[in-house]
Ligand binder design. Structure first.
Ligand code: TYD
Length: 204
C-alpha cells in the first residue's frame, strides 16, 4: 500500500511519519519511509538546488521540473521496488504537492501540470493520502520559530492560502483517496488518528 502525507507548512507531517511507521510496524507491517523532494541520492542533490536560498532566479518551470526529476527517481528507485516487495510505503509529500504548490499556489495550468506529474510518476498514484490539516498562519509560525526555514517557505502568506485552498479542491475531487486529520491536536492524538485511518484502509 502506497500512502502519502500532505499538508501546509508546519503541519507536523515530518515528525508524525516516523510515529506512524512505528505503530504500523508494531502491527506487523514492513514500512518504508521516504520523502520529497529527495529520498534518493540524486533526489537529495536536487533538493539542495531547490531549497538554496540563493537561487532566487529559479524560474517556476525549472522548479516544477526539478520536483518531477526528484520524484521520478524516487518512484523507480524506492517506491515501486518496495511496493513490489509487499511493503507499506509512507511518503512525506508526493504529486499532490506539485498540484497544490505549483498549480494552485503559483497558478500554473493544472491540466498541463497533471500531464507532467503523470509523466514523472509513470502514473503511480497513492492508495491513500493523509492530509494533516493546520491553519496556514499557525503552520507558518511553527516553521518560522523552529529555525527550519527554506526558500519555498519564503513565499508570502497569500501564496500559502492558495496552496491550502488547492488542497481542499484536490480532496473534493477524489474524496475516496483522502483522509483529513486535525493536525492542531496534540501529537499523540494526531498519531492515533493517522494510525486509525491507515488500519481502516489496510483492512479493505
Ligand atoms: P520540506 O522542508 O520537506 O518541508 P515540509 O514538507 O515539512 O513542508 O519542504 C518541502 C517544500 O517543498 C514545501 O514548501 C512544499 C514544497 N514542494 C513543492 O512546492 N512542490 C512539490 O512537488 C513538493 C514535493 C514540495
Amino acid at each position: 500500500m502506497f500512502i502519502t502525507l500532505e499538508g501546509p507548512e508546519g503541519s507536523g507531517k515530518t515528525s508524525q511519519m516516523p510515529r506512524l511507521a512505528a505503530r504500523l510496524e508494531a502491527k506487523g507491517f514492513h514500512v518504508v519511509q521516504t520523502r520529497e523532494p529527495g529520498g534518493t541520492p540524486i533526489g537529495d542533490q536536487i533538493r539542495e538546488v531547490l531549497f538554496d536560498l540563493e537561487n532566487t532566479a529559479m524560474h517556476p518551470r525549472s522548479e516544477i521540473l526539478l520536483f518531477q526529476a526528484s520524484r521520478s527517481q524516487l518512484v523507480e528507485q524506492v517506491i515501486k521496488p518496495a511496493l513490489s516487495a509487499g511493503h507499506v510505503v509512507l511518503c512525506d509529500r508526493y504529486a499532490d504537492s506539485t498540484l497544490a504548490y505549483q498549480g494552485y499556489g503559483h497558478g500554473v495550468d493544472l491540466e498541463q501540470l497533471s500531464e507532467i506529474v503523470n509523466f514523472a510518476t509513470g502514473g503511480l498514484k497513492p492508495d491513500l493520502t493523509l492530509f494533516l490539516d493546520v491553519d496556514v498562519r499557525d503552520g507558518l509560525d511553527r516553521r518560522g520559530s523552529d529555525g527550519d526555514w527554506n526558500r519555498l517557505d519564503d513565499y508570502d502568506v497569500a501564496f500559502h492560502q492558495r496552496v491550502y485552498k488547492g488542497y481542499k479542491k484536490l480532496m473534493a475531487a477524489e474524496p475516496q483517496r483522502w483522509v483529513k486529520v486535525d493536525a492542531s491536536a496534540d501529537p499523540e492524538a494526531v498519531a492515533e488518528a493517522l494510525q486509525a485511518a491507515v488500519l481502516e484502509r489496510l483492512k479493505t
